[in-house]
Design a protein around this ligand. Sequence first.
Ligand code: AMP
Length: 212
Amino acid sequence: MRNFILLGAPGSGKGTQSDHLVKAFGFTHISTGDIIRDNILQKTPLGILCQQYSEQGKLVPDDIMIQMVKNHLQTVTGDLIWDGFPRTIVQAEKLDQLLHKLNSKVDHTLYFEIDETKLVARITGRLTCPTCGQTYHKTAVPPKVAGVCDDDQTPLVQRKDDSEEKIKIRLAAYHADTAPLIEYYLHQQVLTVIDADMEGPAVWDQIMEVLK
Ligand code: AMP
């Protein structure tokens, strides 16, 4: 089991590139945001616990997140793409421990560096499929038929936390809690910076350089 972490601010393109990696190499995608939204939709006890945090753009407390990831890890196989986890140093340390017990480790972290002025436009224009998690952009990457998912025809929605007001809170959380992970993985010598300002294939090409 190899582990690749995609690290970066909300809207930096981690989800999109995760989808490409899954399609190209059959990696298993672990998106803690997707898992949380799924639980909220199903109204599970975990979903009810996380809802207030996630819809307000705040981080879910570490103990809840770590338990969730522990449970999820038991259900997956193959090489893993971690998208949205870890998001704090405590989570990163716990992940190292969990993987160590599985005779595994973080093999590489791809840090998606992006000009933040681009993020607000990217996120407020984002449309998400509540069924499969596929994302679109109102103008830059519209679905083939307006308002519905190309893959399963579900009506697209705007995530509650993709509003301008919530983005400010999410970016503040990113800077305070998640950005220190850049240093953490640099120190472990497993971090590569990806220029995520570039559009389309240029980001993918950089990822291929790292994974080849
Ligand atoms: P995302 O889809 O990755 O942008 O995540 C959406 C929301 O889910 C975040 O704003 C948080 O509220 C919550 N979330 C997802 N992953 C984590 C995590 N690793 N730690 C804490 N909260 C998380």
